[in-house]
Design a protein around this ligand. Structure first.
Ligand SMILES: [Cu+2]
Length: 415
């Protein structure tokens, strides 16, 4: 209601001003003055306004910075975050100086050279020295901005050191799953065909392959039984036979994957990516060590998401079908940050920064940054309950059409 009233007042105000202008026009006509005649008084008033306007303009600008400045990015809590902020501030300083200087001069001269009958404009068509000056000075400034920017960019996007801690951020609609490499320090290979309730990232291990195959066989047997023992309409029968064909194709591909894995492991031994999945730790909790370089490996299961940790100045797309990376060294622990921002409940946060669907707004996870020793202890605790996707590898027979494997999986951790 208040809004409607404000709009009404504004509209009436505009109408009133228009009517006043009309009255002024008519009185000028009555006094025998031509409408386009501009008196020296008019000119002086305009010149004065030219000087008054920038005062209001700059005051408003400074007020905006004061009012909304604190809503820009929060304190940087990572190494590259600080250099990024320095670059950002450096650019702002240049922009502010140029903005105030050019606008101040623009309005000052507009007011100073108010029209005067006794003054004639000075004809000054060209000056090579001036041209050179106003081309080279901005060019030099731009070169500095670009070189400084590129150097910072290269530092941020350069390769991570080989002993950086590997952490995988796995995005799907609409949550994050975190994977740590376990004792061997290397993340194992993954394959989407192995994704199921207990192996949400599709980690390739002998056990997970056996489990997935047995699931497929069970599903196939159920479908076959229905086809043989139930009286079903034709379209339902067709649907079931399509499904069986799909399961057969899936089984073949997973068997191929197993062959590939076995060959790779025989050939490369410990260097094979398939040799590292069994001890990977999959969690719904996100911890990072302070002052230690971390290499984030970012993947997506369905659509494009974006991993965004504003305090760490981390942002990288999560693209289905590929792994993107971002290296970061946190510099402030969660505890120290709580003291800095004077909030006991403060947590760093991992957000999705791509509108990825209906619950995008809620695709977030708190992040705990802790001292390196505390992180190591925490990770060891998680390793005590290693992620297992099926029976122990030695129990895995090639023929998996038997009973469903014993699912000794800590599913509670996956919730
Ligand atoms: Cu998302």
């Amino acid at each position: 209601m208040t809004k409607i009233l404000i709009i009404l007042v504004l509209v009436l105000g505009v109408l009133a001003v228009a009517q006043l202008a009309r009255v002024y026009e008519l009185t000028s006509k009555l006094r025998g003055k031509r409408e386009e005649d501009i008196s020296p008084g008019d000119n002086r008033m305009n010149a004065m306004l030219m000087w008054l306007f920038p005062v209001a303009y700059f005051a408003f600008f400074i007020w905006l910075i004061y009012k909304y400045g604190p809503h820009l990015l929060p304190i940087a809590a990572s190494q590259h975050g600080r250099s990024l902020d320095k670059l950002y501030d450096f650019n702002w300083v240049i922009l502010f100086v140029v903005f105030f200087l050019t606008n101040a001069l623009l309005f000052y001269f507009a007011g100073k050279y108010v029209h005067s009958k006794d003054r004639k404009a000075f004809y000054y068509p060209h000056n090579n020295k001036l041209e050179l000056l106003w081309t080279s000075v901005p060019a030099a400034f731009l070169a500095v901005i670009i070189i400084y920017g590129l150097r910072t960019w290269n530092q941020i996007t350069g390769p991570a050191s080989p002993d950086a801690v590997q952490v995988e951020l796995y995005a799907k609609q609409f949550d994050w799953t975190i994977r740590y490499p376990g004792k061997d320090g290397v993340l194992g290979a993954t394959d989407y065909r192995l994704i199921n309730g207990t192996n949400p990232l599709g980690i390739v291990t002998k056990a997970s392959i056996v489990q997935r195959l047995s699931e497929i066989d069970k599903e196939r047997a159920e479908a076959m039984e229905r086809t043989e023992n139930e009286i079903l309409p034709d379209d339902k029968l067709e649907e079931l036979s399509d499904h069986v064909a799909y399961l057969d194709r899936m089984r073949e591909r997973i068997t191929d994957l197993r062959t590939m894995m076995e060959e790779d492991m025989t050939e490369k031994g410990e260097a094979s990516p398939y040799a590292h999945g069994a001890d990977d730790v999959v969690l719904k909790e996100f911890h990072l060590p302070v002052h230690r370089e971390v290499k984030l490996l970012i993947r997506s299961q369905d659509v494009i998401h974006s991993a965004f940790i504003p305090h760490l100045r981390v942002q990288m797309n999560a693209v289905p079908g590929m792994t993107t990376t971002f290296k970061v060294t946190p510099t402030i622990t969660t505890d120290s940050m709580r003291t800095v921002v004077k909030d006991d409940k403060f947590d760093f946060i991992l957000l999705c920064n791509k509108v990825c669907g209906a619950s995008h707004y809620n695709m977030q996870m708190p992040l705990t940054v802790e001292p390196a020793e505390a992180f190591d202890t925490w990770l060891k605790e998680q390793e005590q309950k290693p992620f297992e996707a099926g029976p122990a590898p030695e129990a895995a027979a090639v023929d998996t059409t038997l009973a469903a494997p014993d699912m000794a999986v800590d599913t509670a951790r996956m919730q």
